[in-house]
Design a protein around this ligand. Sequence first.
Ligand SMILES: C[S@@+](CC[C@H](N)C(=O)[O-])C[C@H]1O[C@@H](n2cnc3c(N)ncnc32)[C@H](O)[C@@H]1O
Length: 253
Amino acid sequence: MAVGDSRVTNYDTIADKYDRRYTLHRYDGIRDTILSFLGSAERSAILEVGCGTGHWLQVMSGRARIVAGMDVSANMLSRAREAAPLASIVRARAEQLPWRAAAFDRIVCVNALHHFTDREGFFAEARRILESGGGLLTIGLDPHTERDEWWVYDFFPETRAIDRARFVPVRIIRGEITKAGFAWAESFETDRLETQFSLRDAFPNGVERAFTSQLTVLTDAEFGAGLARMRDAGDDVRLTADLRLYATLGWLS
Ligand SMILES: C[S@@+](CC[C@H](N)C(=O)[O-])C[C@H]1O[C@@H](n2cnc3c(N)ncnc32)[C@H](O)[C@@H]1O
């Protein structure tokens, strides 16, 4: 499969393993950025687009009169219903948000934008359903900075090119957000995931594709070759991650 071909993660098949990431990393930076984006006053309505299993919905619960989460994956959403029982959960696509104009004052989108087939369509929809003065927060990797180190990129080298194809640089995200009608946009580093663990400690039963979407989109041959590289390196090999996550904020006037 050529790099740049669409490699789509089916989250329905990995929903039961998805939350493993939250036991390996704390993501305090993301949490702080979301909470400061929401502010100290009670908000009227918050939406998380691509909410997955509801990890961030849980954090946002109680911070607005309405907290809503939407996602395209039914299996991710059934976990979100358990994680955030007070949130309103809706199955839909980011490119066509089923809400009236000006329904929310904050929209959050964490680690999901790179999956959307029409990013600009999503930004136009976010603009439409935000009220005046409302804000959009997106958080994700920017592999174009070439500052990241990750054992996934090392053992499964195809994933680096796949990520460069599906994640756009944050300056492009800012451009698209202002093109959609937001008054201004800014980006900053929000979290840095720095970890080292042994293969044996982290994955006693072997690495599973469900660990991260980068692995789910590999062909069986690519995934098998990566596992063989890991086996050759031995159980005590250190798995290093040094990944930066960037927040981009867009504000309506
Ligand atoms: C990496 S997960 C992030 C989940 C959650 N935001 C978190 O940070 O834990 C990406 C999510 O985006 C969802 N997704 C992918 N494409 C989508 C689309 N077009 N519209 C809505 N959700 C989508 C997936 O189903 C998945 O649950």
